[in-house]
Design a protein around this ligand. Structure first.
Ligand SMILES: Nc1ncnc2c1ncn2[C@@H]1O[C@H](COP(=O)(O)OP(=O)(O)OP(=O)(O)O)[C@@H](O)[C@H]1O
Ligand SMILES: [Mg+2]
Length: 232
């Protein structure tokens, strides 16, 4: 079977004036559909850079990245956007919700861009909110929700288009322990339903929710192993 993700000798080099930063240095990794992977590593090791490339938000300077057998490096910006919209959901540390806008409307947004009818948008967004345990909070705005609840809205928004890949860059970074574990329980459930999840975290006990842990150091893979926490 074709792996969902196949990175071969990926380099990402940022140049700012005369300064060159090699954020990724010849990184190769394969991730199959249905995996739950945690990415760890020190600040500045290249985790977010890798996530941005995996999510087609950015392209490698050198090397090949195939997503579902398609060479991403050869795609035009509009084709990249199409892949992002069809296949990938994103969750970030800072939730990135729209202020003064209800949970339901936040979750609807990706569907609005797809041009679905308002009725269909509401039905799907409401189901996604239910999925993350937020029934009854549809009309709350971000300031009327706790941090954990705001992150659940962000997950609902990422889910509403039924992506096959969910990328989460430190989704529990701003949350207390209890909310963090609630978020991880939701991600585990989504993964059991077949969504591939790649999660960046600094915390060992958060990474233990994943089945595989990859440690990055200086833009290269330092270790790649099955975790003890959960067997699949
Ligand atoms: N847009 C950019 N322009 C220039 N340099 C960048 C850019 N983005 C990242 N870098 C540099 O690339 C390296 C890797 O950054 P990256 O954000 O991927 O690290 P990270 O592992 O996600 O760190 P953190 O744990 O702090 O989020 C760093 O040295 C950073 O300064
Ligand atoms: Mg980062």
């Amino acid at each position: 079977m074709i792996p969902l993700i196949a990175c071969d000798d990926i380099w990402k080099i940022y140049r700012i004036g005369d300064v060159e930063v090699q954020a990724l240095r010849g990184l190769s990794v394969t991730i199959e559909q249905g995996e739950f992977v945690a990415i760890m590593g020190a600040s500045g090791s290249g985790k977010s850079t890798l996530m941005n490339i995996l999510g087609c938000l950015d392209q490698p300077t050198k090397g090949q990245y195939q997503l579902g057998g398609v060479e991403v490096g050869r795609l035009q910006p509009d084709q990249l956007a199409e892949i992002r919209n069809q296949k990938i959901g994103f969750v970030f540390q800072s939730f990135n919700l729209i202020a003064r806008t209800s949970a339901l409307e936040n979750a609807q947004l990706p569907l609005f861009y797809r041009g679905l009818s308002l009725k269909k948008q509401r039905a799907l967004a409401s189901a996604a909110l239910e999925r993350v345990g937020l029934s009854g909070r549809e009309h709350h705005t971000p300031t009327q929700l706790s941090g954990g609840q705001q992150q659940r809205v962000a997950i609902a928004r990422a889910l509403v288009t039924s992506p096959s890949l969910l990328l989460a860059d430190e989704p529990t970074g701003n949350l207390d322990t209890q909310s963090s574990h609630e978020i991880m329980t939701i991600l585990e459930g989504l993964n059991r339903d077949g969504i591939t999840i790649i999660l960046v975290t600094h915390e060992v006990d958060i990474a233990a929710h994943a089945a595989r842990e990859i440690v990055i150091k200086d833009g290269q893979i330092l270790s790649d192993r099955a975790t003890q926490g959960r067997s699949q």
